[in-house]
Design a protein around this ligand. Structure first.
Ligand SMILES: *[C@@H]1O[C@H](CO)[C@@H](O)[C@H](O)[C@H]1NC(C)=O
Ligand SMILES: *[C@@H]1O[C@H](CO)[C@@H](O)[C@H](O)[C@H]1NC(C)=O
Ligand SMILES: *[C@@H]1O[C@H](CO)[C@@H](O)[C@H](O)[C@H]1NC(C)=O
Ligand SMILES: *[C@@H]1O[C@H](CO)[C@@H](O)[C@H](O)[C@H]1NC(C)=O
Ligand SMILES: *[C@@H]1O[C@H](CO)[C@@H](O)[C@H](O)[C@H]1NC(C)=O
Ligand SMILES: *[C@@H]1O[C@H](CO)[C@@H](O)[C@H](O)[C@H]1NC(C)=O
Ligand SMILES: *[C@@H]1O[C@H](CO)[C@@H](O)[C@H](O)[C@H]1NC(C)=O
Ligand SMILES: *[C@@H]1O[C@H](CO)[C@@H](O)[C@H](O)[C@H]1NC(C)=O
Ligand SMILES: *[C@@H]1O[C@H](CO)[C@@H](O)[C@H](O)[C@H]1NC(C)=O
Ligand SMILES: *[C@@H]1O[C@H](CO)[C@@H](O)[C@H](O)[C@H]1NC(C)=O
Ligand SMILES: *[C@@H]1O[C@H](CO)[C@@H](O)[C@H](O)[C@H]1NC(C)=O
Ligand SMILES: *[C@@H]1O[C@H](CO)[C@@H](O)[C@H](O)[C@H]1NC(C)=O
Length: 563
């Protein structure tokens, strides 16, 4: 749009000088051959006109430089074409106007449905391309050698999906990139490349001196990462997830001066994690998860750092969280699940006020949650399953008003739930099972109206369920089993019309079930056994008559019900 405005201004000025009077231009700037090539392209492509937002609106009676997805230069030549996500299917005809759009610098056909078609080798005709994006377009098979003659490319994205995979055998990676001296961004995720570490690393390092982004995840590459990669000093993003590197994490990865993303998940990395990696002050994302043999512990984190995402789950990392974790002031995601970490959560966690996602599950953490947790007001996800956390929940938890997912399963928490729980009004998932919580549920639970999944089983909760339960109208899963709840169920239970799973076994609930429970027509699993309920079962009417085929589990304790 900017270019078009400029070209209009240019033309108006020119016209004014030439004729001496201002003129208002009505005709467009698009060169007519360009327009007819685009129309030829549109006519040759198969696309779903219901889902297309650009192609479908290309209209002969308007200037093609104003068409959505089309960019022109000052002279009205098409230099950019973005037809991504246009539901284009079938193949690309050789005769299509596309390959005659000689001036194209940028071409995006990503996220289409070129069903099992090969990448057209005629693309090589577009010698001025600097940006080529064919990612997730549905192309399959060998990447044609002709692509390698597009020597002006700055960005190449050929990443594909597992169901439609490209491959680089002949030409291989080395031949493909050998003349790409301008290339800065290379995305080949899920392309079948193969090759030993020294091969693919040297192919890249010998040809791509300006490379900044290297994204080769799921490419069947082998390791180890060869030291020649260190020559690519401009590298800022390295994503090599899910390649079988079977080696230690190379120390030299810490030497890239502008590294921002390092993602080496599921790579079979082993040995000791080099601590230097945490000293890279530019690093924003570090993901080394699912390297099951990666050993080592967390260093003292330096003050000067940019880490936002730290994912080290499913490794052998061990030791305590250092107090200096409080230096990671930009941290938004911390995932240390399924490692061997021990010790308490340092009070300095409260400094990390940008945290949105914390998973410390399946470790050996101990001690109480520090009250400073209440500082984490951005937190949306907190999972502490299967640790040895203990003590009561600090009332400051009520400050985590954005929390959607709270999972404290299988720990040693004690005491009643703090009244401040009622402030967690965004909570959808609450799992407190298998702890030592006591006392009645706070009446403020009635404010948690977004709750869909509640598991409070295997604790020592007491008292009756309150009327405010009826506020939880989104509830689908409710498990209160193995507690000491008493009294009858409140009539407001009939409000929980989304309920599919209800398990109340091993409590001291009593009395008749409220007739309003006849409204719970979504119930698929009900277990009320080992209580003192009496009287009729109100939901039998719909179960047996109106919805006879619903897969309903019935695990009632008939003794309790009939006497
Ligand atoms: C186009 O997309 C719509 C909406 O998804 C779908 O209903 C229709 O069947 C599609 N048409 C073709 C020809 O695929
Ligand atoms: C093209 O635009 C003209 C004028 O805006 C309009 O009358 C015509 O219906 C449009 N044609 C299509 C195919 O959208
Ligand atoms: C390829 O480019 C040449 C000009 O370099 C042009 O004459 C020719 O028509 C183009 N080929 C196709 C198939 O469009
Ligand atoms: C290709 O780009 C160069 C330099 O940007 C330019 O001089 C040349 O005219 C362009 N070629 C075409 C066919 O647009
Ligand atoms: C390629 O296009 C897709 C879809 O528009 C986009 O998500 C992706 O970021 C693009 N890749 C690059 C490298 O720009
Ligand atoms: C790369 O460039 C060299 C020299 O310009 C040329 O001989 C070679 O054929 C080119 N390779 C490819 C794959 O285009
Ligand atoms: C991890 O390293 C520590 C100390 O270097 C060593 O004692 C331990 O055996 C290692 N664990 C594994 C699983 O390699
Ligand atoms: C809470 O965060 C503020 C900065 O937002 C910080 O100054 C304070 O020390 C933090 N409190 C605790 C208990 O960590
Ligand atoms: C909880 O929030 C209140 C008000 O926003 C604040 O004064 C208090 O310090 C917070 N508590 C903690 C432990 O961060
Ligand atoms: C139910 O929730 C509303 C706000 O969503 C609140 O005003 C009301 O007091 C709640 N009722 C109970 C019994 O908690
Ligand atoms: C039942 O739900 C409605 C909102 O759907 C609410 O207004 C009402 O207070 C609830 N009843 C009880 C007893 O909580
Ligand atoms: C819920 O059940 C009660 C008692 O059986 C009944 O009066 C009420 O109409 C039912 N409400 C709905 C929405 O079905």
């Amino acid at each position: 749009m900017r270019i078009i405005l400029l070209s209009w201004l240019f033309f108006i000025t020119f016209s004014t000088n030439f004729f001496g009077i201002p003129m208002i231009l009505v005709s467009g700037q698009c060169q007519s051959d360009q327009q007819s090539l685009l129309l030829q392209l549109k006519n040759s492509l198969l696309f779903n006109s219901t889902l297309s937002v650009r192609l479908v609106r290309w209209n002969q009676s308007t200037d093609c430089c104003t068409w959505s997805g089309v960019d022109c230069d000052m002279a009205g030549r098409v230099i950019g074409l973005d037809l991504s996500k246009e539901s284009i299917y079938g193949g690309v005809d050789d005769s299509t106007g596309l390959f005659a759009l000689q001036h194209l610098r940028s071409l995006n056909l990503a996220s289409n449905l070129f069903d099992e078609a090969q990448i057209p080798s005629r693309l090589a005709n577009l010698t001025n391309l600097t940006y080529l994006n064919l990612s997730h377009a549905g192309f399959v098979g060998q990447i044609p050698i002709e692509i390698s003659s597009l020597t002006r490319l700055v960005t190449l994205d050929l990443s594909c999906s597992f169901t439609a995979r490209l491959q680089l055998e002949n030409p291989n990676l080395k031949v493909l990139v050998q003349n790409f001296s301008e290339l800065r961004e290379l995305y080949l995720d899920r392309v079948i490349i193969s090759g030993h570490g020294n091969e693919w690393c040297q192919a890249l390092s010998s040809s791509l001196p300006n490379l900044q982004v290297l994204s080769l995840s799921y490419c069947s590459l082998s390791g180890p990462i060869h030291s020649s990669l260190a020559d690519l000093q401009s590298l800022s993003v390295i994503r090599l997830d899910a390649n079988d590197l079977s080696s230690p994490v190379p120390e030299f990865l810490a030497d890239f001066p502008s590294l921002t993303i390092l993602s080496l998940a599921i790579c079979g990395l082993h040995g000791k994690l080099p601590e230097n990696i945490f000293k890279v002050s530019t690093l924003e994302t570090l993901d080394l998860s699912f390297n099951f043999l990666l050993n080592g512990s967390l260093p003292n984190f330096p003050q000067n750092n940019s880490l936002r995402t730290l994912v080290l789950s499913n490794t052998k990392l061990w030791g305590t969280l250092p107090y200096s974790i409080g230096n990671l002031k930009s941290l938004s995601k911390l995932d240390l699940g399924d490692c061997n970490f021990t010790g308490p959560l340092p009070i300095s966690i409260g400094i990390l006020t940008q945290l949105k996602y914390v998973d410390l599950s399946y470790n050996h953490f101990t001690g109480p949650l520090p009250p400073s947790m209440g500082n984490l007001t951005q937190l949306e996800y907190l999972k502490l399953t299967f640790n040895n956390f203990s003590g009561p929940l600090p009332p400051s938890m009520g400050n985590l008003t954005r929390l959607e997912h709270l999972d404290l399963l299988l720990n040693h928490f004690i005491g009643p739930l703090p009244l401040s729980m009622g402030y967690l009004t965004q909570l959808e998932h609450l799992a407190l099972s298998s702890n030592h919580f006591t006392g009645p549920l706070p009446p403020s639970m009635g404010y948690l109206t977004q709750l869909e999944h509640v598991d409070l089983s295997s604790n020592h909760f007491t008292g009756p369920l309150l009327l405010s339960m009826g506020n939880l109208t989104q509830l689908e899963h409710l498990d209160l089993s193995w507690n000491s709840f008493t009294g009858p169920l409140p009539p407001s239970m009939g409000n929980l019309t989304q309920l599919e799973y209800l398990k109340l076994t091993f409590n001291n609930f009593s009395g008749p079930l409220p007739p309003s429970m006849g409204n719970l027509t979504q119930l698929e699993y009900v277990d009320l056994s080992f209580n003192n309920f009496s009287g009729f079962i109100p939901f039998f009417s719909y179960v047996q008559i109106s919805q006879p085929f619903k897969p309903l589990f019935k695990l009632f304790n008939w003794w309790d019900l009939v006497h």
